[in-house]
Design a protein around this ligand. Sequence first.
Ligand code: HEM
Length: 419
Amino acid sequence: MNSGKQIPQEKGLDHSMALLKEGYRFVPNRLQQYRSRIFQTRMMAGKKVICISGKEATELFYDKECFKREGAAPKRIKESLFGVGGVQGMDGDAHQHRKHLFMSLMTRDSLKEIATICREKWQQSATEWVTKDNIELFPEAEKIMCRTACEWVGVPLWAKDLSIRTQDLSDMIDAFGASGPRHWKGRVARNRAEKWIEDIVERVRNGELRIEEAKPLYIVSWHKDLDGNLLDTHTAAVEILNLLRPIVAIARFVTFGALAIHDFPKTKAKMADNKGDYVKWFVQEVRRYYPFAPFTGALTAKAFDWQGYHFKKDTLVILDIYGTNHSPELWSEPNRFKPERFEDWEGSPFDFIPQGGGEYDKGHRCAGEWLTIELMQTSLAFLTQDIAYGVPAQDLSYSMRRIPTHPKSNFVMENIRFK
Ligand code: HEM
């Protein structure tokens, strides 16, 4: 039953091309045009899509009665970024059980362990960098994160394979907002990475690869679903890649952090001093300010009314992550980089959503958010407290049309030395 208010509708048969062209600004542009927190468009061969933005929209989006994830992600995203059979597309008890597997890995001790591993990798890499004229931070940080992720998870990684494994994990991330060659690269990368990890899971299960029981690789390999069955090898590999891939993605935030230190030079000394909890505030502001995940999507699980608007069952709804993190209703001077805003931030799960919102255990909020914050703090503290470097002239701009984006020059650093 339609309760009345008309959702502003974008005219035309399909706007997928506009999304590719406008990138992070696609949703915010239209919200501004319609002066609304909601509008309807058509994408993916003319399918109706409702876009919503803001705190109340986030509260709605994470209401499990109203939304489901099965069937929500487009095939092309599953073929590259997510994989098939992973936690992202699950609902109800089965989702909660699988999500518990991820959250059980995020203990205080485990986060401390990965931070120690990560710091060690920065130290080792910097020892090489001091012998070079310059390096590109983004690909170097990706390699550091790949080595960190494999060691923490328990996946053996030979030095000769570091480049290809890092590249594959990176290509899956890079495929997110892409069509054409970038999407295909992501698919090839996923196929190769799934084979790599499936083989490792089989070796864990048949005893060929001995691994500590506390390691995520062991825990996922022997995890049982609600019916008491082990995950099939492919699904286990998809979930292990759901740990490795996003840890490599943290390199993007670290690169943006380095850019922030360069663009807002007053932050550099504050990072080095870390008075109050400055490094943490800085990390939070990097996650809020810079573009990474533009939005996330779910299907309506039933028909319902919200704020006078009617939602039909099985409609794709997109939550505007980038726009919510830049909403003037939620953030003062949203387009200013201001880490101190987090000094007295009260911490609502619905207004600061760089990695999704709502609950961790019962909802779809990012399982790796604490880990991301931990490794960003470790990495950016290392860059400001342990080494000094110069930043030569280069193209540090980043495209707002490309999803995901990063500084065009990859952030070149020169004359690197230990402090
Ligand atoms: C690099 C920074 C990261 C960003 C920007 C990010 C972003 C996100 C977003 C937007 C979601 C979807 C939320 C939703 O649909 O409601 C998500 C889900 C998820 N993330 Fe992250 N993430 C990051 C790092 C990580 C890390 C380091 C891990 C694991 C080690 C991780 C594991 C996951 C998993 C397993 C899910 C699915 C949760 C579920 O469906 O219940 N992410 N992330």
